[in-house]
Write a protein that binds this ligand. Structure first.
Ligand code: UDP
Length: 311
């Protein structure tokens, strides 16, 4: 199959590119590299089945020849990144979804949207099921990301219902692993970097807010299964093992054998108090669930951060 992926130079995008190539597909990657990096694709330089095009996907996408799948993964994805690039975030969710769906329509390709647990906002129910409509502050500091992704979901369903495009929507929950940027501001790279430097871990608020972390190889497997499925309604992908951010900080200190202390910083506005995916739908329809424990995933990630620190 020939697959086009936007955001293929990013964290999840590049891991998905690797799996797609491993499975024998041809891959075209589009990325404007504002948060993605060619370092994530450097090992593919001589791969004949891989092509990189530097492009902003909010502009018209012109590709010659057939395409079987269009995967829309481009977007700043960490709170720091999307607050630094608010307009680009809104544009890539909205215009980028429109352009990639238009491409899928022209090529009669199947389509997958990388959506997010952020569509649930600061959720009033826990765990979150796909039928929960969410609690989003459109004009708050996370609004640009949440609303862009909600728009992208609405656009995807409209192309599916109105144009009959064969679409899928993955609601991706917190995922971590190799190739996360040290400074993307998210809790996993931040805590690991702080712990390895024996600097204080910055817990926001009192650390009682919860997250559920999925290791990247599990997420990529789930995304690939969804891509090959015919499920058009949104589906949650993530690890349902929930923990508080304070416990998470302690876990990182333990696993890195760090001398770091914990310091408390103000909780950012609209920071979700709880987050945990209900993955019964993915279990049932995709026969998928995460296999890698938090500890195992963190050990691999810490080893990678140590190595890239030395490099
Ligand atoms: N967080 C923290 N310290 C940091 C970075 C993040 O306590 O240095 C908290 C943040 O307030 C949130 C959680 O960790 O409650 C996860 O944050 P992240 O930015 O990774 O992603 P989010 O799940 O909020 O989109």
């Amino acid at each position: 199959m020939k697959v086009l992926i936007t955001g293929g130079a990013g964290f999840l995008g590049s891991h998905l590119v690797d799996l797609l190539l491993k499975e024998g597909n041809e891959v075209i990657c589009l990325d404007n590299l504002i948060t993605g990096s060619m370092d994530n694709l450097a090992h593919l330089q001589d791969n004949k089945k891989f092509r990189f095009i530097k492009q902003d996907v909010t502009e018209y996408i012109k590709i010659d020849g057939p395409i079987d799948y269009v995967l829309h993964f481009a977007s700043p994805a960490s709170p720091i990144d999307y607050q630094k690039y608010p307009i680009q975030t809104l544009k890539v969710g909205a215009l980028g979804a429109h352009k990639t769906l238009g491409l899928a329509k022209t090529k009669t390709a199947k389509f997958l949207l990388a959506s997010t647990s952020e569509v649930y906002g600061d959720p009033l129910v826990n765990p979150q099921r796909e039928n929960y409509w969410g609690n989003v502050n459109a004009i708050g500091p996370r609004g640009m990301y949440d609303e862009a992704k909600r728009f992208a979901e609405a656009m995807t369903m409209a192309y599916h219902r109105y144009h009959g495009i064969d679409t899928r929507i993955a609601r991706i929950f917190n995922t971590f692993g190799e190739r996360m940027r040290k400074k993307d501001g998210r809790v996993v790279p931040t805590f690991i970097t702080q712990a390895l430097a024996n600097e204080p871990l910055t817990v926001f608020g009192d650390g009682s807010q919860t997250r559920s972390f999925c290791y990247v190889s599990d997420m990529i497997e789930g995304l690939y299964k969804l891509m090959l499925s015919v499920i058009h309604e949104p589906i949650n992908l993530g690890n349902p093992q929930e923990m508080t951010i304070l416990d998470f900080a302690k876990k990182i200190i333990e696993l890195t054998k760090s001398k770091s202390k914990i310091v408390y910083k103000p909780l950012p506005q609209d920071d979700p108090k709880v987050r945990r995916p209900d993955i019964s739908k993915a279990r049932k329809l995709l026969k998928w669930e995460p296999k890698i424990s938090l500890e195992e995933g963190l050990k691999k990630t810490i080893a990678w951060f140590k190595k890239s620190k030395e490099a």
